[in-house]
Design a binder for this molecule. Structure first.
Ligand SMILES: Nc1ncnc2c1ncn2[C@@H]1O[C@H](COP(=O)(O)OP(=O)(O)OP(=O)(O)O)[C@@H](O)[C@H]1O
Ligand SMILES: [Mg+2]
Length: 350
């Protein structure tokens, strides 16, 4: 079961595996008060624990074991290049290596690594992904999950959960059209997974199936809500409601400001990526997160960025019992559930 505790709420997804693929077993989405999670850390643990209890009661999952997610400033992900060695050899050295790349005191973080493979231009070296998260942030999530009777088994980073969920959709994603002229370049593909939530964008650029760039950026649906507040002279709640319930009455200027901001944030990341990967430009963008539900967002970004964009829905490939789940509802909120789906998939890792 995956549990995504984010700024606007808790998303719980339990998946099962059958011979014919994955099946949705339980799901719930429970809103949280605005100050419960701030900048991706637990502030009001009582409210979060209560939200978890509500989520469990609604979903009635068959397990209490969960994978949860961390994101934002507490998380540091770096790809480093070091002399080739086995995982077994690297394990005792990893803190030493990490110390030079992680801006926090190494004793204050949880640390993990994964060997990516040989470095592209030097076969005595290999690339390793380091992932670190501040201990207190992880522990606060663990505490609140325990309080709700849940057993945290796995902690993941949002960008990795996103990548896991995208693997489910490989058939849809792998259809990047390669122009005839560059067919020689085989069908090596570069695409960006862009998950836009309320306060955060999680970006993961994959080249040839491998993580080439990740970043969490502070921008999202809250910025649109704020633009609506300004343009219409209304409060936060009213603006949020307008966004969700009468989108067509939003003034064009509010949408324009939101898109200008969003585009410049994305360009910033894409430029950063391009600075070290100029030969592999991003060919396609796959959107998810609650803000991917903004009507017309893929077309807007496609125009503004000049890169093909599409919205991903993990439920397009996950079976669900029609007596328990409403298909239309699943397909409507699907893009918002990419991260919790990616978390739930972790239970099937060896
Ligand atoms: N139908 C919709 N149309 C427009 N915006 C929507 C819609 N549904 C949800 N949103 C927006 O999506 C955002 C919530 O998305 P999501 O659940 O992915 O964020 P979150 O995970 O809670 O936040 P974060 O990860 O940034 O802390 C909110 O800003 C919400 O207003
Ligand atoms: Mg989120």
């Amino acid at each position: 079961m995956g549990v995504d505790i984010s700024s606007t709420g808790i998303k719980l997804v339990e998946l099962g595996k059958t011979r014919h693929g994955y099946e949705l077993k339980a799901m719930s989405v429970v809103p949280l008060p605005r100050d419960a999670i701030v900048e991706n850390t637990v502030i009001d643990s009582m409210a979060v624990a209560q939200g978890l209890l509500d989520a469990i009661e609604m979903a009635r999952p068959s397990t209490r074991n969960v994978a949860f997610v961390v994101s934002g400033n507490a998380v540091i992900i770096r790809t480093i290049t070091i002399p080739t060695m086995t995982e077994f050899e690297l394990e005792p050295q990893i803190e030493f290596e990490a110390d030079q790349h992680i801006p926090y005191d190494i004793d204050d973080v949880y640390l993990d690594f994964q060997i990516l493979g040989p470095a592209p231009d030097d076969d005595t070296q290999m690339e390793v992904v380091l992932a670190a998260c501040k201990r207190e942030v992880v522990e606060d999530y663990q505490l609140v999950l325990n309080e709700a009777g849940l057993t945290p088994k796995v902690v993941d980073c949002a960008v990795f959960a996103l990548e896991n969920a995208a693997e489910l959709l490989a058939d849809e994603i792998d259809v990047v059209s390669v122009p005839e002229a560059v067919v020689d370049e085989e069908d090596v593909q570069t695409y960006a997974l862009v998950n836009i939530g309320a306060n955060l964008i999680n970006i993961n650029v994959l080249h040839d199936g491998k993580m080439a760039f990740v970043r969490d950026q502070f921008y999202g649906g809250n910025n649109l809500t704020e633009e609506i507040q300004k343009a219409h002279g209304i409060g936060y709640q009213a603006a949020e409601q307008m966004k969700l319930e009468s989108f067509s009455s939003i003034k064009a200027e509010a949408l324009e400001s939101f898109y200008v901001g969003l585009t410049s944030e994305l360009v910033r990341s894409l430029d950063f990526y391009a600075a070290s990967h100029a030969e592999h430009p991003v060919q396609k963008i796959f959107l998810s997160g609650g803000t991917a539900l903004v009507p017309g967002i893929a077309g807007e970004l496609e125009q503004r960025l000049g890169i093909e964009a599409r919205v991903l829905n993990p439920f397009s490939v996950i079976k669900a019992d029609e007596r328990k789940f409403d298909r239309d509802y699943l397909d409507r909120i699907g893009p918002m559930m990419m991260v919790p789906v990616g978390l739930a998939l972790r239970s099937f890792d060896a």
